[in-house]
Structure formats: C-alpha cells, structure tokens
Design a protein around this ligand. Structure first.
Ligand SMILES: [Zn+2]
Length: 184
C-alpha cells in the first residue's frame, strides 16, 4: 500500500486524494447530470465519454461548499460509486479512515464553506476561501467579506510549511500567502 498522500487534479475544482488505501474525491466533477464532462482533465473526460466510471474507486465524496462548480456531478458520482456525499460537515475531525482530516469552518465566500486540514501531512484544502495570492469573491448570495476575513485568520495561524491546495488555480503554502497575499 502506498502510504504517501497523492493529490491529483481531475477538473477545475476537483481533487482526487489517495492515502492509506482510501480514495476521496474533494469537490465534484464539473458538469451537469447528463453532460457531466465540462472542465475535466482529458483522462477523466475520456473515461466518461467511453461510458466508464472516471476513477477506479471513490470511498468518500467531500465538498468544500455547495456552489455549482464544486458540487456538479454529485448525483452521478453517488450513483456510480454507491456513496453519500459529505457536505458542510461540523468543525472537528472527520470520521474518515486513513485520513485524519480536520474540518475548519470558513464562512465568507459562502456561508457553508469549510477547509480541510491534514495536520499529519501539512496539507490544507481551501476551496474558494483562499487562493494563491488572492481570496474568494464575496459578491454572490451568502458571501460576506467580514466573515471571510475572520475565516482567513483561522488559516494564517497554521504552520507555515503547510501546503495549500485551493479550489481553483495553483497550489501554494501558508508561508507564501503570509508574505504575498494582500488580504492576509
Ligand atoms: Zn464557490
């Protein structure tokens, strides 16, 4: 069994995480039921176009928040892999075997936003809360700039070596964001 955390980008907002034999899809595969192919990586697109499940297995389906580009494909994935998605979990440790995920509630971009922190791996998944040198927009329903600023305070105190995977764009780190993000 491969015991290092593997993170694979599968579409604009979706990340496939493999760790200690458990596979978790973080955020959906962007697209609508019936045509769930938009914004997918070529490999995933190819599999789905061929009528095959895009991944060998998914044990858990997790969402950072319920915006369409993050939860699209939910019904398809639940049906294909026989699982129920976890949306807006309570703050604290998630009961997912092998992973050790801490849920950090981070409202602001949307009221239901959470970030997922893996302290043993120094990895943080921020959805649309924190991006490389930027932050999520707050002009959509449920957005609140003041809340987002409070949420960001919870993230900047994490160890500076923490690697950050945003919901869109390039990975970064807490150290880099402390230095270069104008909102922190
Ligand atoms: Zn969003």
């Amino acid at each position: 069994m491969d015991n290092t955390l593997r993170v694979t980008l599968v579409c604009n907002a979706g990340l496939l995480l493999e760790y200690h034999g458990t596979t978790l899809l973080l955020d959906g595969i962007y697209g609508k039921e019936g045509h769930p192919f938009s914004n997918l990586t070529p490999q995933v697109w190819k599999q789905m176009k061929a009528g095959e499940p895009p991944f060998e297995k998914i044990d858990y389906l997790l969402f950072t928040h319920a915006h369409p580009d993050h939860i699209c494909g939910q019904e398809y994935l639940e049906r294909t892999y026989g699982l129920s998605a976890i949306i807006q979990p309570a703050e604290g440790r998630l009961p997912i075997e092998g992973f050790g995920i801490q849920v950090i509630s981070t409202p602001g971009h949307k009221e239901d936003c959470v970030c997922y922190y893996l302290p043993e791996e120094d990895v943080l998944f921020t959805g649309d809360t924190l991006f490389q040198e930027s932050i999520g927009r707050t002009d959509l329903p449920g957005g609140d700039m003041h809340q987002l600023m409070l949420s960001l305070r919870k993230l900047v105190v994490l160890p500076e070596q923490t690697k950050v995977y945003p919901g869109h764009g390039y990975p970064t780190s807490i150290a880099h964001e402390r230095q270069y993000n104008p909102y922190l």
